[in-house]
Write a protein that binds this ligand. Structure first.
Ligand SMILES: [Zn+2]
Length: 195
């Protein structure tokens, strides 16, 4: 049986977070009927992104280069390393404009129940970077969830003789960074507390 292309597009759009069938229908009709140029641009940039964007060799953030713009920027303070869970957290912190250090992106948090180990999060690599580079302070900016806290403590336990701080102020318990506004994140980083 030949499947209808319009229905295929509608179904494909429902993979987006928060997009149900009805919204997908509206999006599909908008793209096909009202904004063909925009739709073509979306299709080509999405394809381009999928082909070119990968993980930074150093910090594991998303980038089209081997080493991302932040890692390769010599104007950034490499003595300050902020550990986050997701690329979205980097975007949120960068949007505040107040952080000039570098990042490490775990791509998740420790969760034995889901089988997510320290290795999956690149923590051995993180410890390697910390011991070999000129890092003087680690800011643990994992979420204030149980797993986020456990991840921060795990990393702390494996580090010795280095200043470690945890963001806390103003980030609500259970809060994921990407849903917290920029001012709150900026404040959370500025008023980080030593662990
Ligand atoms: Zn990087």
């Amino acid at each position: 049986m030949k499947r209808d292309v319009l229905n295929q597009l509608i179904e494909a759009l429902t993979i987006l977070p928060g997009v149900g069938k009805k919204t997908a229908q509206r999006m599909a009709l908008y793209l096909l009927d009202k904004n063909k140029d925009g739709a073509m641009h979306l299709a080509t940039t999405l394809k381009d992104g999928l082909e070119k964007i990968k993980r930074c060799d150093v910090c594991r953030n998303l980038t089209s280069e081997d080493i991302c713009n932040i890692c390769s920027n010599s104007a950034r303070d490499s003595s300050l390393l902020c550990v986050v869970e997701h690329p979205a957290d980097v975007l949120a912190i960068e949007a505040t404009g107040g952080f000039k250090g570098k990042y490490f992106v775990l791509l998740g948090k420790l969760s034995p129940m889901d089988g997510i180990s320290a290795e999956d999060l690149g923590i051995p690599r993180l410890l390697e970077i910390i011991s070999s580079a000129s890092v003087q302070e680690i800011i643990l900016a994992t979420s204030s969830t149980i797993e986020g806290d456990a991840t921060a403590h795990y990393i702390k336990e494996h580090l010795d003789g280095i200043k470690i701080s945890r963001i806390s102020y103003g980030v609500p318990i259970g809060g994921e960074l990407e849903f917290v506004d920029n001012n709150t994140i900026a404040r959370a980083i500025l008023s980080r507390v030593e662990m």
